[in-house]
Design a protein around this ligand. Structure first.
Ligand SMILES: [Zn+2]
Length: 265
């Protein structure tokens, strides 16, 4: 019986994750273009064809239509399906890691992942992080504190204050030294929210991971496009990636590292 309930839980989490992922596509496309999220109904951006319900089933419709619009046969970017699948996988990972510990925490973690996907894809395309996402993360971070079984409330508070202070100083010094934005104000606020959500220990891990990954990716990009030196790159997506890894695996990674340290002594 217990196995049956577990199977149904994962099935539901996966399916709802897919549907929410489908809605995230709407947010990612419409919010930066200042369009309403509710109206008009989903349509093809090429020919305006209004999608029927059966054209709008996550993943399934994309496969049936062969990645083309039913009306004009123009190519539908794979990104839409990728966002749906990514959201589903992250939701399943959250359920796997947190469900037995605390169901509310698992749900908060799922919401954080979905907001992170929106932040990532909008920042990649438009180099902006909307305040509303940070406000949502701040609320979720505060709500998660009573359900965090691994660390006390003040760890989260230290994460918020220290994250904001460190990145504000970093952005300030960057402006003074290089005369241009090294870090956007959106990144500073995002780090503060992540600090509240994760606590200072996992925030450190998140910053470490995102800086390393960002450095590697930037080195690769720079070596390929030598002509675009003044080009700005978004840091938000790397912070989101670091947050997802720290949130899901942070406690295990920190325990493992501490075990290594105590074993060495
Ligand atoms: Zn079309």
């Amino acid at each position: 019986m217990e196995e049956f309930i577990t199977a149904v839980t994962y099935l539901l989490v996966g399916l709802i994750g897919l549907c929410v992922g489908s809605f995230l596509n709407v947010v990612i496309y419409r919010l930066p273009n200042k369009m309403s999220l509710a109206k008009p109904a989903s349509h093809c951006p090429q020919c305006g064809y209004q999608l029927k319900w059966y054209d709008n089933i996550p993943v399934v419709s994309y496969c049936i239509l062969g990645g083309k619009c039913r009306s004009c046969k123009k190519h539908i970017p794979f990104r839409y399906t990728a966002v749906e699948l990514l959201n589903m996988l992250l939701w399943l990972a959250c359920a796997l890691v947190f469900w037995d510990e605390s169901i509310p925490y698992a749900c908060i973690a799922m919401a954080v992942c979905s907001i992170g996907i929106c932040v990532t894809f909008i920042d990649l395309e438009h180099l902006i992080i909307f305040d509303r996402f940070q406000i949502m993360l701040l609320v979720l971070g505060a709500a998660s504190i009573p359900f965090d079984v691994h660390r006390p409330w003040y760890s989260h508070l230290i994460g918020l204050v220290a994250g904001f202070a460190a990145f504000w100083l970093f952005a300030f010094l960057g402006r003074k030294m290089f005369g241009r934005e090294a870090l956007g104000g959106g990144d500073v606020k995002l780090v503060a929210c992540i600090g509240l959500l994760l606590g200072w220990e996992k925030l450190l891990l998140c910053i470490l991971l995102s800086s390393i990954i960002a450095s590697i990716v930037l080195l690769i990009l720079r070596s390929k496009r030598k002509d675009e030196k003044g080009r700005e790159y978004p840091f938000g997506p790397f912070l989101v990636l670091g947050t997802a890894v720290s949130m899901l695996l942070g406690d295990r990674l920190i325990d493992w590292y501490m075990g290594l340290l105590s074993g060495a002594v």
